[in-house]
Each structure stands twice: as structure tokens, then as C-alpha cells.
Design a protein around this ligand. Structure first.
Ligand SMILES: [Zn+2]
Length: 278
């Protein structure tokens, strides 16, 4: 429940939430919002008279809450980008219309192809957890794929700021986009989607384990500042390099037929082993 402003003097932590609505500024006008639900990160880039929202959460209720939070930072019209077609990053898209939604060509195709399947699996999972309200919201959400499509790179002008959307190769899925924002000095902020995961092993269900390390090699080469993972705490280039090493170890263990020697838990390694290895 949202805290009402007339609840009396807030404690310091609440005051922070009231002012920032959960946003953390990690570069000039570049914000990340880390959600309790799924430990998911969304991004916000604010320019002159325009802003960009990175990922839209799992249903219209969560998206509306995100929109309220965006409006505590900026009144400007938004453009939206989806890092990839997994429900937690794009099922909220319809709440942001009629704004343009960007994504990779593969993201639009994957969401059109798997959206209903993802919905059914998520609704079943939420009902099993006794979370009827969220299950009902996911049941009715319109699946609304991006229509502004990126093949390899697209530079957006967000109120005078260049924001590059880049496909760096297959990894977590066959269509992950990263969002690169220039900040003051020579720095950048990179929103990496689920190519990078902090606080839990990366998710391999739709992954390409043989190609993921090279994709992270490219991400590592371009990172000059904060790197925002799809889930978990904000990291940096060194973390990207370390996760690349872990993914190489996954690949080596699976190719050797010894997944139990990999760097992650048995369930994660089993999924990795089920995916294409060449
Ligand atoms: Zn994902």
C-alpha cells in the first residue's frame, strides 16, 4: 500500500521513499528502481522534455505503480524500451501506450510467439503461491510487443541525450538488448537486462550458453560506469568480467559431461546443460 502524505512525520527511510519513490540516481538524470517483486530493476533516463523507461514489469497494476514513480521524477512524455521478451520486463507495456515501445526484432517475435505460454505458466505459479490478485491481473494483461524494432544498433534522442540500444549477440535469450546512456565526463550507464544477474545465478531457460560469454566480452569492453542487471544490485565492468568467467566455467563443465563441477547449483546447471552448446 502506498503511504499517504498526511500520515504524520515520516521516519528517515520513509522520507527517502516519498522523495524518490524508490529511485536511485546512478548517473546524471539516470535512475534505477529495484523492486521487491522478483528483485527486478527498471530504468529511467531523463532528458530535456523527454524520458525513457527501461522495462515495464509484469502486469498493469505493477506498471501503474511504476508510472506513478516515474511521475515523481519527471512530467515529460516517455519512450519505452524492453530489454527482452520475458514477462517481468514487458507485460506492463500496454500501460505506457500510446508511447512508442522499442525492442529487438527477436524480442517482438518472441513475445508474440511465447506471450500466452508465459502468461499461462505465470498464472499457474501465482495461483499455486496463493497470490490470486496478481494472477487475476496477469490473466487480463494485454500482451503488447514492441513495434519499434532494432536489428543491431539504434541511437535514440531522448530530449537531447543519445541513448544507444544494442544487440551484442545471443546470451540469456536470442534477442537481449542493452541500453547505453552517456553520462557526464567519459562515463556511461548500461542497462544490461538479464544478460547480467546479481544475487542469484543467471537464468538459462532460453539461453545460448556457447555464445553468452562472447556477448559479455562485448558488454565488458563497453562498460565505463554502473551496469544495471535485470535483477539485483547495480554492478560494474569487473562484475561483468567475473560473470563471463563463470559462464565459461558452465560451458566447460557441461561440455565435459560434468555439470556438477560448474559454478552454480545443480538445478541451474541442469537447465544450462539442456541448452544448445555450439
Ligand atoms: Zn529474462
Amino acid at each position: 500500500m502506498r503511504r499517504r502524505r498526511d500520515d504524520g512525520p515520516p521516519r528517515p527511510a520513509d522520507a527517502d521513499l516519498l522523495v524518490n519513490a524508490g529511485w536511485q540516481e546512478i548517473g546524471d538524470g539516470v535512475f534505477v528502481r529495484r523492486h521487491r517483486s522478483l528483485d527486478l530493476n527498471c530504468g529511467l533516463v531523463v532528458g530535456e522534455g523527454a524520458c525513457l523507461v527501461v522495462d515495464t514489469r509484469s502486469h498493469l497494476g505493477e506498471a501503474a505503480e511504476l508510472i506513478d514513480a516515474v511521475r515523481t521524477i519527471t512530467p515529460h512524455p516517455w519512450t519505452v524500451v524492453n530489454t527482452h521478451a520475458h514477462y517481468d520486463h514487458c507485460f506492463g507495456n500496454a500501460a505506457f501506450r500510446p508511447a512508442p515501445v522499442w525492442g529487438s526484432r527477436g524480442c517482438a517475435a518472441a513475445l508474440a510467439a511465447t506471450g500466452e505460454q508465459q502468461r499461462a505458466a505465470l498464472v499457474a505459479e501465482l495461483r499455486a503461491d496463493g497470490n490470486q490478485r496478481a494472477a487475476d491481473q496477469v490473466t487480463v494483461v494485454p500482451i503488447d510487443p514492441p513495434e519499434c524494432l532494432v536489428d543491431d544498433v539504434q541511437v535514440l534522442d531522448i530530449g537531447g541525450r543519445d541513448v544507444a540500444l544494442r544487440f551484442l549477440g545471443r546470451g540469456h535469450t536470442d534477442h537481449d538488448l542493452v541500453v547505453e546512456v552517456e553520462t557526464s565526463g567519459d562515463g556511461t550507464v548500461v542497462f544490461a537486462g538479464d544478460l547480467i544477474e546479481e544475487g542469484a545465478p543467471p537464468a538459462f531457460e532460453d539461453s545460448f550458453p556457447a555464445e553468452w560469454p562472447a556477448t559479455l566480452g562485448r558488454l565488458h569492453a563497453m562498460a565505463r560506469g554502473p551496469v544495471v542487471p535485470g535483477h539485483g544490485a547495480v554492478v560494474d565492468a569487473a562484475f561483468v568480467g567475473a560473470q563471463r568467467e563463470e559462464l565459461l566455467a558452465v560451458l566447460a563443465a557441461v561440455r565435459a559431461g560434468r555439470p556438477h563441477e560448474g559454478p552454480y547449483d545443480a538445478a541451474t546447471m541442469r537447465v544450462a546443460a539442456s541448452r544448445p552448446l555450439r
